[in-house]
Design a protein around this ligand. Structure first.
Ligand SMILES: Cc1cc2nc3c(=O)[nH]c(=O)nc-3n(C[C@H](O)[C@H](O)[C@H](O)COP(=O)(O)OP(=O)(O)OC[C@H]3O[C@@H](n4cnc5c(N)ncnc54)[C@H](O)[C@@H]3O)c2cc1C
Length: 288
């Protein structure tokens, strides 16, 4: 069954991938193979919240329950479309990127930043164990091929960390994958930085493969990292140099995207390369 009502990006996403979904389902049917994924792309699947954990003042980790023999069905860094019914009875669609490994069975995790006037992020923060959210996906996105790049530079702002986090975990946990990753993670204040312990631990465990640098717009006296915005100087300092074997991945709020790599028009389109990365001669750039 296709979703009843979808708007804006939702309509584009659902119609763009319906053919892929139907072919996948048809293949599974004819091969008489029971899919081990919870999401089917044929319709929205209600998934139950197991528990939520406050990570920072406005970020929660939401753990959802899956059948023990099933994984969610996302692939590296792909997002999933949530359909949430608000207290006023209206349904809203928003994409979220799981932070759990694509091969994880029995549960999956999302990290959601709450915005004060944010309809869906607030509703997700208000969920309690046992409540359900409808999910559809995965949304076709970046396809990661180990070995395609020797270096990946990542620039993430706020909740834009989530697709990067998935990719970092996949690369560092694959012994055969020699890709080096450098992440620049920008936030407003120290209190806004989430998953810092996990990122620092990954960097300590895999010093040859993963490095992380934090940038804060508003710093306190004890701050030893970078301050201000992600500008040309920081990109030149931390990102791999432009080459056919390096990729720069960017994900963050619209103002950051525009300044760093040029606008991303919608979830399905990359838009023109612009901003600082274009000025510095980068051509392999992916906008999440
Ligand atoms: C591919 C993709 C993956 C995503 N993955 C995640 C994820 O894993 N975790 C996550 O927390 N979010 C993620 N997002 C963002 C998410 O989809 C919502 O846009 C976000 O939760 C806000 O939705 P809302 O309904 O709460 O806010 P809305 O009701 O849509 O917006 C209300 C107000 O909130 C503010 N606001 C909304 N979004 C932002 C923003 N990004 N930056 C600054 N201010 C904003 C604005 O002031 C806006 O006017 C992702 C977005 C995309 C496109």
């Amino acid at each position: 069954m296709m979703p009843r009502t979808v708007r804006g990006n939702g309509l584009l996403i659902v119609s763009s991938v319906a053919i892929v979904g139907l072919s996948t389902a048809a293949y599974s049917f004819f091969a008489n193979k029971k899919p081990d994924t919870t999401l089917t792309r044929l319709g929205f699947t209600p998934i139950q919240l197991h528990h939520s954990q406050q990570l920072t003042h406005d970020v929660k980790k939401l753990t959802f329950k899956l059948d023990s023999d099933k994984k969610l069905g996302n692939y590296t860094s792909s997002a999933v479309l949530f359909r949430v019914t608000l207290p006023n009875g209206k349904t809203e669609l928003r994409p979220y990127t799981p932070v759990s490994h694509e091969l994880q069975h029995g549960s999956c995790e999302f990290v959601v930043k709450r915005y004060d006037s944010g309809k869906v992020s607030s509703a997700l923060h208000d969920l309690g164990p046992g409540d359900k959210v409808e999910m559809w996906g995965p949304i076709p996105n970046f396809t990661y091929q180990p070995g395609e790049y020797t270096d990946i530079g990542m620039i993430a702002g706020g909740s834009g960390l989530t697709p990067m986090y998935q990719l970092i975990n996949r690369v560092v946990n694959d012994r055969d994958d020699k890709t080096r990753i450098t992440l620049v993670f920008a936030n407003k204040t120290k209190d806004d930085v989430f998953l810092k312990d996990q990122l620092d631990q990954l960097a300590a465990q895999h010093p040859d493969k993963f490095k992380v640098h934090y940038v804060l717009a508003n710093t306190s006296e004890d701050w030893t990292g970078e301050s201000g915005y992600v500008d040309k100087e920081k990109i030149q300092k931390y990102m791999p140099s432009a080459s056919a074997k390096s990729l720069i991945a960017v994900c963050g709020p619209p103002a950051m995207m525009e300044s760093v790599c040029g606008k991303k028009p919608n979830i399905m389109k990359q838009g023109k390369l612009g901003g600082i990365l274009k000025e510095l001669g980068y051509t392999n750039v992916y906008k999440f």
